[in-house]
Every structure is written in C-alpha cells, then in structure tokens.
Design a protein around this ligand. Structure first.
Ligand code: NI
Length: 388
C-alpha cells in the first residue's frame, strides 16, 4: 500500500478541514478565520511548539521525532491565502464569501500539511525535528519573504525546506518535479517617456512621445530575440501603453508603458533589467526625449536544489510508484522561491486531475489528492530522518 494507511483513516477528517477552509476564503495577510482554524487543529494534535504571527500572520509548528540524534531540522511549507475571484465551480461546499475563492487550492495545501502534522504528531517515527510552515499572502503579497524576514529559517534552525502545489492536468496519483528552475521570476517595469507636446500639424516643433515610446516597445522585443541565449526562456510583455493626449490632433507630451519580465535564471533576470533600462533610455535620448525606468522586483526564480530534489523524488516514488522527474519549467511564479533562496529544498507538483486551471472561477481541488500529498510529506520526514 503506497499511500500510508493512516491517511486512509484520516481522509474524511482532512477533507472536512479542506472544505471548511474552502467555504471561508481570506486574502493576503488578513487570515483571521484561517489561522484560528489551523491553530485550533494544531493545538488538538498535541504539537510541541506553535508560534503565531510569524511574517504577520504565518504559523510555525514544531514536531520532534521520538529520537533527536541526527540534529536534522526539515521545513514543510503550505500557503493559506485565497484569491479575489467569484467562485463558479458548482461544488456544494462553495465559498460563502462573494468575490473570494480558494481558486489555487491553497485550502488543499493547508489541509494536507495539517494531515501530515496529525500523522507526525501521532507517530513520531523519525529522528530529528519537523517544522511545519503555514504562510500567508502567496498570491502577490510575498508572505514567504515576510516569514523569512521574520527569521523563520534561523529561529527554528531549518536546514532544508519542501513545498508542493496541486497541478490541474496532471492526473491524481501522480507527481512531477525537476531539478533546477521550475517556475519563473516575475518582475514589473514602468517606463515614463517625456518628449515635447505640440500641434499634430507641426511635428518639427515637438518631440513626439508616442513615436518614441512605440520605438521602445518594438526594441524591447529585441532583448528576448537578440540578447538572451536562444536555448533559454524569457518572456517580456508590454501590457499597457498610455499617453497624455486624448485628441487625434495633439502630440503627446508624456507616455507611460508598463510590462513584465519572466525568466528562469538569475543571470537572465539581471541582463533583462539592464537591457530594458539601456534600450529605453538610449532610444529616448536618440529622439531628443527622456525615459525614466522603474524596475519593481517580484518573486525570484523557483530553483530546486539537486540533492533535495532527489529526496523529494524518493518520497514521491514511495507514495505514487513513479514520478515525472523532468517536467518542463513553467512561467508563472511562486513565492516559495524566497525560501529556496535561503535554504536548499524542493517544490513538487501534485496531480489534481481534470479541472479548470488554477486562478479560474471553475477550478476545483480534488480531495482524492489529499492522501498522496500527506503521505509525501510524511515519507519525506521519515526517509530523511530515519528512526532506529
Ligand atoms: Ni498557488
């Protein structure tokens, strides 16, 4: 029996927790109901140490094995926040809050980690310490960074860290992972181009900001096409283009562009930023305008370290039989990347079957994936820190 038998017994309870969380979604750091629920469950499990308010609304739970000769401390992470989406999934336990929905399955991740906590607290069949991390604000609020800035890794002596995310399209019962970059970095930029406004019929007396900004938009694509090694993946998208002219016979004085850059390695991320600045400023200068570039760094690249990826594969294989070990990287981003910047670790995809993609109003989390996720975390702890 690959899935730990204990999780067959706990499945109904954990599903109940998951559906309760699903009915009461909360956003970002404002997780009063969610954290109270997680805290209550953890307290009832007789967990050794529970800390709240880590990174504003994160919770850290410490479970010691029945031995501690290894000195090893392993972190397991789940995210708790929902999205500002109005649910249209049709499930009977749908969100009770209009305009808020667990559309990324973080209710499932939280319930899975609670299930693993129950098992680990009951059995203690390991030599070392498991640190369970329940984080806020994955969806754009960098909750993982807030917890790291609050001393998460050092305060609890975490040496390696693991997380999982459900994956629509991957069958329930399967896992997928890869060493190295798994998810992209996501930065945003704004370019404000200032020329000289004027009469549309007297362009020689103006500096046409619309023309300059257009040249910048076109040339920015040369960064991906001509500066990035063609076997690497980078996306650069200009999403907005607005000028301060609202009339067809007026040359705009100012234009504003906003865009995003996604990369799969830190070097390309740096290169892209440097090139965006240079291209915008120098093109503007060539036309007698100026460009002011603001770079807003977002989540880093999610990079799985080699040894820990192997540990994750071993644990997943023990649960599911086989594991996809070379799944292609994808261009969304994930704030678990901040934890992987501080400690070696790995992030794995858990099959969630045939449903709408994450962040879609019809998305559904499949409760049949729960025992696999729980067993994965439990196997990881017992295999990395075997009791004698
Ligand atoms: Ni998510």
């Amino acid at each position: 029996m690959p899935v730990k038998n204990r999780f067959a017994d706990l499945h109904a309870d954990i599903t109940g927790w998951r559906r309760h969380l699903h009915q009461h979604p909360e956003l970002m750091y404002d997780l009063d109901l969610t954290t109270a629920f997680v805290h209550d469950r953890l307290r009832q499990m007789g967990i050794d140490e529970i800390a709240t308010g880590v990174g504003r609304s994160g919770i850290v739970a410490v479970i010691r094995g029945r031995q501690d000769t290894s000195g090893r401390v392993i972190g397991l992470r789940a995210d708790m926040d929902a999205l500002p989406i109005h649910e249209a999934s049709g499930v009977e336990y749908a969100s009770t809050v209009p305009g808020k929905m667990h559309a990324c399955g973080h209710d499932g991740h939280t319930a899975i980690l609670l299930g693993a906590a129950q098992y680990l607290a009951d059995t203690r069949n390991f030599d070392g310490t498991a640190v369970l991390i329940f984080q806020p604000a994955e969806e754009g609020g960098a909750g993982a960074k807030a917890m790291c800035n609050d001393g998460l890794m050092d305060r609890w002596g975490i040496q390696e860290v693991y997380g999982l995310h459900n994956m629509p399209g991957l069958p329930v019962g399967e896992f997928a992972i890869r060493p190295g970059a798994l998810l992209a970095s996501s930065d945003e930029f704004e370019i404000v181009v200032t020329g000289r406004g004027g009469h549309a019929a007297a362009p020689h007396e103006a500096v046409d900001t619309t023309l300059v900004a257009s040249q910048i938009v076109v040339s920015l694509q040369s960064i991906v096409a001509r500066n990035i090694d063609p076997v690497h993946r980078v996306v650069l998208t200009v999403g907005t283009f607005e000028t301060d002219s609202s009339a067809s016979n007026v040359i705009a004085h100012r234009a504003r562009l906003q865009g995003t850059v996604r990369t799969l390695d830190p070097e390309n991320r740096k290169l892209a930023e440097a090139r965006v600045r240079r291209v915008a400023e120098d093109i503007a200068s060539a036309y007698g305008a100026t460009a002011e570039v603001t770079w807003e760094p977002g989540y880093p690249v999610t990079i799985n370290s080699d040894a820990e990826t192997t540990h994750a594969i071993d644990a997943a294989r023990a649960v599911a039989g086989q594991v996809t070990v070379d799944t292609p990287p994808i261009m969304p981003s994930e704030d678990f990347a901040y934890m992987l910047e501080e400690r070696p670790g790995a992030y794995i995809f858990l099959g969630n079957g045939d449903t709408a993609m994450c962040h879609h109003p019809a998305y559904r989390f499949d409760d049949d994936a729960i025992p696999l996720g729980c067993s994965f975390f439990a196997e990881l702890i017992e295999r990395r820190m075997p009791a004698t």
